[in-house]
Structure formats: C-alpha cells, structure tokens
Design a protein around this ligand. Structure first.
Ligand code: EPU
Length: 445
C-alpha cells in the first residue's frame, strides 16, 4: 500500500496512442481452471495444453499439489501434466492460505468427496461484482448426499453414504453450479438429470474433458444435461478452447483507441454474439480462419447500440465492461442492461471521472425484465457519446472492470495512474508485455 492507502502496484499509462499489432490468447481461464480440478477424478495422469500463466491457474495448481496431485511441465511450452495417483487430505491451514483468492475451490467438493470421502473448502474469493452466493452449489451437493457443515473458516463436507445421482433444476443457469453438478455426477452412483443448466462453450469444453476421461454425459435441448455415473475415470489430454473474454477485451481496446489488433487464437464460433455487436457499433473484423481474428476501427463515427448481457448464447457479462469503454466513443445513446450480475456497473463511476457521460438505473432498460428489476440494483446504464476521455487516477476494483480502466486510460488524453494493476494478472496473461507489443506506452512506477 502507498502512504495514501492505495495499492502500490501502479502502471502509468500514457493515453492517446491507437493499439496496433498482434497478440495471442491462450486457453480460456474459465475452462482451464475447471479442467485442472477434473484431474482429481481420474486414476491416470492428464495433460492440458495452452495453459495461460495467470494467477487463477497458480491458485488451482497449488490447491491440487496440497492434495497430493503431482503437477509438472510438459514437453510443449504452456503444457501441464497432472498425476493424481496419490491424492490425499490437505492441511486446513495450508488450504486456507488461498481463502479469498479465487472462486474455483468450491469446485473441489465433488472430486474430493469421491476421492477422499471428505473435503474442506476455504472461504471463496473472486471479483466483487455482487454477493455471489453459493446456495445452488450447496443445495446440489446435499441432493447428491453430501453433508455440508459451514464454519467461519470454511466448509467441511462429508458423504457418509456415498454420492448418488439425482434430479436437479437450477433456479438460474449458473456456470459454476452446472460445473459443480458435472464434476460430482460423473462418478456418483446412478443417473443425474440437471435442468436449467448453463451451456456456455467453456462448459461444453469441460464436458469434452470429462468424456475423454470416460464419463457419459448427454447434452439435450432446452438446457437439460443427463449424466450417467461411472465407477472409474482415467486421465485426459486436452487443448482448451481459447479465451473469448480476453479476445473481446483486446477487440474493445482496439475500437476504443482507434486501433487495429489481431488476436491470434480467437475463434469466431465462441464469439458470434460479440462480433455482431462489434459490427453494429461500427468496428470491423476479419476472421483469419484457423489463426485468429483481426479487429479494427475503420475511422469515422462509431454508432450507439442497445444490448443486454445474458447467459449463453447471449452477450457475455464479461464482455460488457470492455465494450462500454468503446461505447463512450460512439455517437448517441447506448443502453446496457446487465442481467447476470446485480452489481457490475460500479466501474462506470471511474469512466465518468474521466469525462464519460454514463448514468446508471435500477430499472430494467431492456426487452427482458430480469430478476434484478424490482430489487433496487443499479443494473442498467445509458451511455451518451462521444466523449473525450481525459487522464485520471484509477484504482482497479475487479478483473474485468480493471481491464476496462486500462482501456479507458489508453483511450484518454494524458497520463493516468492505474493502481492495483496486479489484479489484472488473475485473468490476463502477460498483459503488460502485450500492451508493449501493441505499441501502448505504459510503465510501472
Ligand atoms: N448464483 C446464485 N447462487 C449460486 C451460484 C450463482 O445466485 O449458488 C448467481 C450469481 O450470483 C450470478 C448468477 O447466478 O448472479 C450467475 O453466476 P454463475 O454461477 O454463472 O457465475 P460463476 O460460475 O461464479 C463464471 C465465471 C465468471 C462469469 C460467470 C458468468 C469462472 C471462474 N467465473 O462465474 O467469470 O462472469 O460465470 O458467465 O468461470 C471472470 O472471468 O472475470 C468472471 C467473473
């Protein structure tokens, strides 16, 4: 911390230079971390390629190692090999070192119950974008037969009578709760039917991982997933889907700064909804088949749009913050209705401080009334543009909002101090090197 109570990891960003160049995205953070947890379920080694060097991966690797999984580097750069031959109980104090650092530990419940008959899960972390309850997870685990004991330190789980297949319906298609059910049901006794499941590409990719390990999982229409438990699973070898959140973040940065960025590894099929909006705003892109996607600002005016975030195949909530920075440069009134998280618009205050005109509302400003409408959450935004952004002192509040602050600083006139930039390492691999490769002028203070 600095003398003023601000984080001491500071980036000085000189704005006003359009980003130009080529960068690469690796395996999706939101798949890689889950695929790593899945290795616990196998009785043979697993191999994961294209693993990004990010903080979330380090946390999960550490937790796996604490539980006896041997993790080593593979022959390729960014390849990890996991050997779960000696899974064992970990020391609670050692696990607790990771309290508050990530959301992933909650997904250790099912695999550890299968392997050890008990589990301890530390207090969770992740981005502060709403209360982020875990009630769906706990309800599901109890339905499988787990006994969950919540203590101030964390959660203790046991399964005195084993875990059994069950019929579940999620109140909302939660990504994490769907993964919880998958990672528990694959080795539970009998068949599990999950209704109102999330079907994000990262979930389908996790299903592919589990299928490689020997699981039997059927994805039906209308968000129904059926899992037939099997008595044993082996290892897997998997190249994950690319990080479509990171890809969209760089695309938004190209648009907001008037630049031209090629994102190697980005894949059209996972980003179709984003690409439609990008084009409606006035951005151009070229799909370089098998290689990536080039995104650029063609010059002239950008256009305002109305959009709602939603579960897949809707517009991802994680694409919202980076794109809003670009929308401050569009002519007219853009409307954003955030329907996945109740508090994901807090970062707009910082943009206003930089000269943007964004007003947030409690009302559902979109075609679909959402579950936050009558609950007093500021979850809609109207963005009036174009606005000239100017430099400011910014403190990064969470991962995606943090990257948006960075984009705003790059688009603004003058030099901004961005405090707490290390948080961005949770989900963006080597972002400072990538900024440099794109010609941005940014230096650590
Ligand atoms: N929810 C509940 N109860 C639960 C679980 C979820 O009410 O037990 C609610 C949440 O509060 C939220 C909604 O359901 O309002 C959706 O949450 P979900 O469970 O789908 O989110 P998650 O699994 O915690 C993952 C990603 C997020 C991404 C969301 C939505 C990971 C590690 N995180 O979170 O990614 O925004 O799905 O797609 O996979 C990020 O990468 O920065 C990030 C926040």
């Amino acid at each position: 911390m600095t003398g003023h109570g601000l984080p001491d990891d500071v980036l000085l960003v000189h704005g006003g230079t359009p980003l130009h160049g080529t960068i690469r995205v690796r395996g999706a953070k939101n798949l890689v971390s889950k695929a790593m947890v899945a290795t616990l379920l196998g009785d043979a080694p697993s191999r994961l390629y294209d693993v990004p060097h990010i903080r979330d991966v380090e946390v999960v690797r550490d937790l796996l190692e604490l539980h006896g999984v041997r993790v080593g580097e593979g022959a390729e750069p960014n390849e990890l090999v996991f050997d779960p031959a000696n899974v064992e109980s970990a020391n609670v104090d050692e696990i607790n070192v990771h309290a508050g650092s990530s959301r992933i530990p909650i997904l250790f419940c099912g695999p550890l119950l299968h392997r050890l008959g008990h589990a301890f899960i530390p207090d969770l972390g992740g981005c502060h974008i709403g209360p982020r309850p875990i009630d769906f997870h706990i309800q599901a685990l109890r339905q499988f037969g787990a006994v969950v004991d919540k203590t101030p330190q964390g959660m203790h789980l046991t399964a005195p009578n084993g875990l059994h297949g069950t019929k579940l319906e999620l109140p909302y298609p939660s990504v994490g709760a769907t993964e919880q059910v998958l990672l528990t049901a694959v080795r539970a006794d009998g068949v599990t039917e999950l209704r109102n499941a999330a079907v994000e590409p990262e979930i389908i990719d996790l299903i592919c991982v589990l299928q490689k390990m020997g699981a039997i999982i059927k994805v039906h229409t209308d968000r129904v997933i059926e899992i037939e438990g099997v008595p044993r699973l082996g290892g897997y070898s998997h190249r994950p889907i690319p990080d479509r959140i990171e890809a969209a973040s760089w695309a938004a940065a190209a648009l907001a700064t008037g630049g031209d960025v090629t994102v190697l590894g980005a894949r059209q099929v996972d980003m179709m909804t984003f690409l439609n909006v990008f084009r409606s705003v006035g951005g151009e892109f070229d799909v370089l088949d098998g290689q990536g996607i080039r995104f650029w600002h063609p010059g002239g005016e950008l256009r305002a749009v109305a959009l709602e975030t939603d579960v897949h195949p809707g517009f991802m909530t994680d694409w919202q913050q980076p794109l809003v920075v670009a929308l401050t440069q569009a002519s007219g009134l853009s409307i954003v209705h955030e329907t996945v998280y109740e508090q994901r618009l807090g970062y707009t205050q910082a943009l206003n401080q930089m000269g943007a005109t964004i007003q947030v509302y409690r009302d559902c400003l979109g075609g679909t009334p959402c579950r936050f409408g009558r609950r007093n959450f500021m979850h809609s935004a109207v963005i009036a543009g174009p606005s000239k952004l100017h430099a400011a002192e910014l403190v990064i509040p969470d991962l995606r909002a943090g990257f948006s602050h960075l984009i705003a600083a790059l688009a603004a006139e003058g030099a901004s101090r961005v405090y707490g930039v290390s948080l961005i390492n949770r989900g963006y691999e080597e972002f400072e090197a990538k900024l440099a490769a794109l010609g941005a002028r940014a230096e650590r203070l």
